[in-house]
Each structure stands twice: as structure tokens, then as C-alpha cells.
Ligand binder design. Structure first.
Ligand SMILES: Nc1ncnc2c1ncn2[C@@H]1O[C@H](COP(=O)(O)OP(=O)(O)OP(=O)(O)O)[C@@H](O)[C@H]1O
Ligand SMILES: [Mg+2]
Length: 229
């Protein structure tokens, strides 16, 4: 872990507006996240966990406050620059895997590279290499519906790694997995963290927070506790 924060959240607010109704999802969140850190975010349903992750991944902008990534304010980036930032720096992992069933496993992993215009031969090689670290070869040319949910989540992790991102953002990545597959995913995250990736994971599973370096607890859109492991 380095001394300089990789990501800084400075008094971040997110207020959703539905007609005239204002619903504050985040209320003044300040947090430094370091390179090579495995951070876990916990808190009750509706406390703002997904909102926070979406802001970190530049899928949405704060209503107020600032997010700095390597000292650059995401507020200052244009929509095109934000898209490039997402593609190059961030890998997303979701509870429901979000794989495309009409493509093979290896093709799914190639998608983020396709978006960046990586030539077919190179992206195939790279996808196979990443998959080789996570899954047995016999699943590479199957379709996601033909493999187990534990395997599907590992494919999704491979896809998240395709463009060699600095940060992995995972929203309830084990929500659809049994306990043994959940631990497999945690061990993969630990390994990625040891290799220098920064992991931010939302979870409802208290037991899995033991894999994290730090646990941030949200309640009503505010950080109410930070636990260092
Ligand atoms: N697109 C939206 N429009 C309006 N309100 C929203 C929107 N997304 C979230 N909210 C509200 O913001 C608050 C925080 O939601 P968020 O999804 O971040 O919670 P969460 O902690 O991820 O919950 P869960 O554990 O159920 O996934 C909730 O009150 C929610 O209803
Ligand atoms: Mg959520």
C-alpha cells in the first residue's frame, strides 16, 4: 500500500431527484482509497453502497463534492473522457455477472478490449491468458449459460481484468454464489490485491469482510464506521 491516495472522495453528496422529491443517497462522504488496498463497503439496504460504487466508477456524477483519481478531479472530465477513464482504469464485477449469453466465454472477456480497438489476435491471446489464471480450459469456448454460477463469476472477473485496470469495483459479487464459490472469489480478489490492484467490494456478508484490509460501514448515506484489519 502506498502513502498517496489513489482515489479521494471529498464531501461527496448524491441527491436523486424524482419530480419535486429529493432523496439524498450520499450525504457528505469523505474517504481516501489507497493503491493495492482491498476495501469492503457494508451497510443496510438503501444506505448508499451502490450509489458510492457508481460514483467511484464514473457511471454517475456527484451532486456536490469531488472525486479525485490520481489527483485529477472526475468533475473536470467530459463524458468522452469519463468513458475512456472507465474503460482503462476500472473493472466492474456485478452480483448477476452480466455476461452475454450469445457469446462464448472467451468472447465475453474480449469485449472491453474490443471497445478500446485492440486487434482480434492480440485480444484473443490476452483473454486466454487471463482466463487461464482463473478457469479450466474446457469452459473457454462454452457459453455462459452452459457453465456454473461460480464459473460465470470468474469469467466476469476475467472480463473486468481485460484492460488491466487499476481498480476493481464489485457490487455484491458473491450475492448469487454458494459459500465455497464466494470464498474462491475472495481469494482471487486477495491475489489481485497482492499484485497491486485496488479492490472496492460491496457485500452483505459480514464473514467475507475478513478478507478486506479495511471495512467502511455506511448508514443513511454517511460513513459511520471504518474498521482496519
Ligand atoms: N436511480 C435512482 N433514483 C432515485 N433514487 C435512487 C436511485 N438509486 C438509488 N436511489 C435511492 O438512493 C438510496 C441509496 O440506494 P443504493 O442503491 O445506493 O443503496 P444500497 O446500499 O446499494 O442498497 P442495497 O443493499 O439494497 O443494494 C436509496 O434510498 C435508494 O432508494
Ligand atoms: Mg446496492
Amino acid at each position: 500500500m502506498s502513502d498517496e491516495p489513489l482515489i479521494r472522495l471529498l464531501d461527496v453528496w448524491k441527491i436523486y431527484r424524482i419530480g419535486k422529491l429529493e432523496s439524498p443517497a450520499l450525504r457528505g462522504v469523505s474517504l481516501d482509497i489507497y493503491k493495492g488496498e482491498f476495501l469492503s463497503i457494508i451497510g443496510p439496504s438503501g444506505s448508499g453502497k451502490t450509489t458510492l460504487l457508481n460514483l467511484l466508477g464514473a457511471l454517475d456524477r456527484p451532486t456536490k463534492g469531488e472525486i479525485l483519481f490520481e489527483k485529477i478531479s472526475l468533475n473536470k472530465l467530459s463524458p468522452d473522457q469519463l468513458a475512456e477513464f472507465r474503460n482503462k482504469k476500472i473493472g466492474f464485477v456485478f452480483q448477476s455477472f452480466n455476461l452475454l449469453n450469445h457469446l462464448t466465454v472467451v468472447e465475453n472477456v474480449e469485449i472491453p478490449m474490443m471497445v478500446l480497438g485492440v486487434p482480434p489476435k492480440i485480444r484473443r491471446e490476452k483473454a486466454l491468458k487471463i482466463l487461464g489464471e482463473l478457469l479450466p480450459e474446457e469452459v473457454f469456448y462454452k457459453r455462459p449459460i452452459e457453465i456454473s454460477s461460480g464459473e460465470q463469476q470468474r469469467v466476469a472477473i476475467a472480463r473486468a481484468l481485460a484492460n488491466d485496470p487499476d481498480v476493481i469495483l464489485a457490487d455484491e459479487p458473491t450475492g448469487n454464489l454458494d459459500s465455497s464459490n464466494a470464498h474462491v472469489v475472495m481469494r482471487i480478489f486477495r491475489k489481485l490485491r497482492d499484485e497491486g490492484k485496488t479492490i472496492v467490494m460491496v457485500t452483505h456478508n459480514q464473514e467475507l469482510t475478513s478478507y478486506a484490509d479495511r471495512v467502511v460501514r455506511l448508514r443513511d448515506g454517511q460513513i459511520v464506521e471504518v474498521i482496519k484489519r
